[in-house]
Ligand binder design. Structure first.
Ligand code: MG
Length: 362
């Protein structure tokens, strides 16, 4: 029996983790369930699964030993910078971490990787692209490769002109062509900030320099990513865009169990690949620059992005203003090379304060 401590249990990913446990009750059970704010959703899950602990994040003890103590897998599905503290705690306890929180590696890549190495924690990717890479690498994080090729749907605005981009609203950004996800990540997919994040995640997960990671547009979202090897072979993982597979595989790998509808290649017809139009999506470039700079830069970028996307979703700012807010925040906030948790948390709050000043003149 595998005990799962699930952080972010009432969100989009968390609910799909619950589906896996429901599908295979003889293999999995929840030892702990933690939600952000949705107390009613948490109660419903607790009544169904009877975990030892069911809490809202605001009621958690300072140390997280109580939450992760008896789990076999810490499944981190909380969103945003707030997810980092859970990943840090689970890494310090040497746990197997199913990681669906991007910010843990985007902001805390150096810290989390070092803690995982030191305490023998294993980080298993849940993001569909990184799961695809993991599969193409035969579940070996240290396998040699020439290039990691991340695919991007391009989001709902791939064909928009700059003028059209200046007029899009939150509702347009939330209509993602291929994936159904939470609001923040759906907007991040529309700005391609998300793809920049995924390049940084890939760097930390597979120890790849940025020169060995490439992002290409693939509008159908069938090829979830691919790996180029030294002999010229490219191995990819294909499937319908459905997070249930990477979520389940993170829990069962290397074993595969029935999960999703099998892919019908003939019914698909053709698949397209294109260059990623960086010039139209400055958030992608900003993310890569911050990733290359390292230290607290990605945390400042992320803090600004979380505030700017919140303002965009509330109808307060235009779509291009998201990138402008991030750029200006990066310019104003002093950076440091120190990546301990305290420095990152401080960089996060300074970035948010600065971004809010830019957004609301607070
Ligand atoms: Mg992804």
């Amino acid at each position: 029996m595998c005990n799962i401590a699930l952080i972010g249990c009432t969100g989009n990913i968390g609910m799909q983790v619950a589906e896996v446990v429901r599908r295979y009750p003889e293999r999995f059970r929840f030892s702990a369930l933690v939600c952000g704010r949705d107390g009613a959703g948490l109660r419903a899950l607790a009544e169904e699964f009877h975990p030892r602990i069911a809490l809202c994040a605001s009621d958690l003890p300072e140390g997280l030993h109580e939450v992760f103590g008896d789990c076999d897998v810490a499944f981190i599905a909380a969103g945003g910078f707030a997810g980092l503290r859970y990943t840090v705690a689970a890494a310090e306890m040497g746990k197997k971490i199913a990681l669906a929180n991007k910010e843990s590696l985007v902001c805390g890549g150096a810290l989390v990787t070092e803690l995982a190495r030191k305490h023998g924690a294993e980080i298993v990717p849940v993001d569909s692209e990184h799961s695809a890479l993991f599969q193409a690498l035969s579940f070996r994080r240290d396998a040699p490769f020439e290039k990691l090729i991340l695919t991007a749907s391009g989001g709902p605005f791939l064909r928009y002109s700059e003028e059209e981009l200046s007029r899009v609203r939150a509702a347009d950004a939330l209509r993602h062509p291929t994936w159904h996800m939470g609001a923040k990540i759906t907007v991040d997919s529309a700005t391609l900030l998300n793809k920049g994040y995924e390049v940084i995640e890939a760097k930390w997960l597979y120890g790849a320099p940025f020169t060995k990671i490439e992002a290409v547009v693939h509008p159908e979202s069938i090829v979830h990513s691919a790996v180029l090897f030294s002999d010229g072979a490219v191995l990819a993982q294909l499937g319908y865009p459905d997070m249930r597979l990477p979520i389940q595989l993170a829990l069962t790998y290397p074993e595969r169990l029935p999960c999703t509808q099998p892919l019908d290649l003939v019914a698909l017809g053709s698949l397209r690949f294109e260059r990623l139009p960086e010039e139209k999506f400055p958030c992608f470039t900003l993310a890569l620059e911050a990733g290359k700079r390292g230290g607290t830069a990605p945390t400042v970028l992320n803090g600004a992005a979380e505030e700017a996307v919140r303002a965009f979703l509330a109808g307060g700012i235009s779509f291009p203003k998201i990138a402008e807010t991030i750029r200006e925040t990066l310019r104003r906030v002093p950076m440091s090379g120190d990546t301990c948790y305290g420095s990152l948390a401080e960089a996060d709050s300074t970035a948010r304060r600065t971004a809010r000043q830019l957004l609301y003149g607070e």
